[in-house]
Design a protein around this ligand. Structure first.
Ligand SMILES: *Cc1c(COP(=O)(O)O)cnc(C)c1O
Length: 428
């Protein structure tokens, strides 16, 4: 990256005061890069590398015995790492399991939690959710014989592209069986009020589930206190578990008796699993929603990643994350928006309504993203017009935030982005 201007003393002093600054050294930061894409793929840490290499070594030396004799026996890996993760989301052991992948977990859980009865046969979601979530919801409706055009109710975004909790609540009717929403909206970065939505749904006899892929590891949750019925999230974004790493789900203990309709042998009561009975005797807790043999090699790095997150503390992570995004938003408001046409800050200005990233909109977002990359800054593009910038508390600094905006200002001032016209990549 090329930084031509001097970082102001006030910014440097924020880095000096940063309690979490020491964690950066435990991550592999790509060379000459300001990495602001942790909301898509978090970075590798030495801790994750260590837990992954340990498991590889166990495979090498213990082979089949790794299931029971690994340092963390593979047979209980999903439950044990789930227990570690339960501390991040305000859940009890047994309520959180590491398993499968986000979209598969959506299917597995919705198959149990969407139980239409009479007129109560609709799912309430939102039009801004990650497409995979909507595909899964539609599929689940069709499986139960419902037309998604009529039975999937989508809350609409307001003029500014944001959702409004009150309008979502107005859509909760006697026909709603289930509400399924994201905690943080993946492009705008808006954080929904999980507590309020859950309580309002419960008052109306509606179950609530959340996709927390964009908040897990960035924001503390209190699922039990709020009475959330179920939740799920991936581990490769703010949790830094690695590309396609094993995901998580949470089921509130009051639902442990529900039937897991996408049943598989890893959902068995572990005492009975190897009896190989034809009758399915499910695990007494959330473990019953597991399906297959856990992907141990994709789960191993998550152990190290969670160790770091727990050590840093999710409350401290959130505190620094808010400071980073507040600085970023302030600088964009001061140094970009008044000077260069076409920019708009989409993410809510109130930090309590914001996840871990800031989204800005510009008609030439694709070219601007390429120009940033050419200068060593990695944001990401959500076509056609959104640039997401995620300063991550565990490994980004205040100076980096300052540099990103400084570089963006130069790119705009010198029209550096126009030379990237007509380029489009498949993965951004
Ligand atoms: C990242 C993300 C996904 C990804 O789903 P996979 O099944 O892991 O590919 C799904 N939904 C949301 C809301 C996400 O943020």
């Amino acid at each position: 990256m090329s930084v031509r201007n001097q970082i102001p003393a006030g910014i440097l002093s924020l880095d000096l005061k940063d309690e979490l600054s020491g964690f950066r050294n435990r991550f592999y930061i790509p060379q000459n890069t300001i990495y602001m894409d942790g909301n898509s793929l978090g970075l590798l840490s030495v801790d994750s590398e260590e837990s992954l290499l340990r498991v590889l070594d166990e495979w090498k030396k213990l082979a089949i015995k790794g299931w029971t004799e690994g340092k963390r026996p593979w047979f209980w890996f999903a439950e044990e790492i789930g227990t570690m993760a339960s501390k991040l989301v305000g859940a009890d052991p047994g309520e959180v399991i590491m398993s499968g992948s986000t979209t598969v977990n959506i299917h597995a859980l919705i198959s149990s939690f969407f139980t239409p009865e009479g007129e109560r046969n609709k799912i309430l979601a939102d039009e801004l959710n990650f497409p995979s979530d909507l595909y899964a919801l539609k599929g689940q409706l069709m499986l139960k014989g419902f037309d998604p055009d009529k039975h999937l109710v989508l809350a609409k975004a307001g003029e500014k592209g944001l959702l409004d909790e009150k309008s979502i609540i107005e859509l909760m009717t006697d026909e709603t069986a289930l509400v399924f929403l994201p905690s943080v909206l993946y492009h705008t970065g808006q954080l929904l009020d999980i507590k309020m939505l859950t309580e309002e749904a419960a008052k109306r006899g509606i179950l609530t589930g959340f996709d927390c892929s964009h908040s897990a590891g960035a924001i503390p949750h209190r699922f039990n206190e709020w009475g959330v019925d179920f939740a799920l999230w991936c581990s490769y974004k703010y949790l830094n578990g690695g590309p396609g790493s094993t995901a998580f789900f949470y089921v509130n203990k009051k639902h442990f008796g529900k039937e897991p309709f996408l049943a598989g042998w890893f959902g068995c009561n572990k005492e009975k699993q190897f009896d190989m009975l034809n009758e399915f005797i499910p695990s007494p807790d959330a473990g019953r929603w597991q399906i297959s043999s856990p992907a141990i090699l994709s789960s191993a790095p998550v152990e190290g990643a969670l160790k770091i997150t727990l050590e840093a503390g999710i409350d401290r992570i959130r505190k620094k994350s808010v400071q980073l995004t507040t600085l970023l938003a302030k600088m964009i408001n001061e140094r970009i928006i008044p000077h260069y046409q076409g920019f708009r800050l989409i993410t809510p200005t109130d930090p309590s309504k914001r996840g871990g990233h800031i989204a800005i909109e510009h008609p030439d977002a694709a070219m601007i993203t390429e120009a940033l990359k050419a200068r060593g800054v990695i944001p990401d593009l959500r076509p056609p017009s959104i640039i997401r910038i995620a300063p991550v508390a565990l490994y980004n600094s205040f100076s980096e935030v300052w540099k990103v905006v400084d570089i963006l200002a130069e790119i705009m001032k010198n029209n550096e982005y126009v030379k990237f016209r007509g380029q489009r990549r498949t993965v951004t």
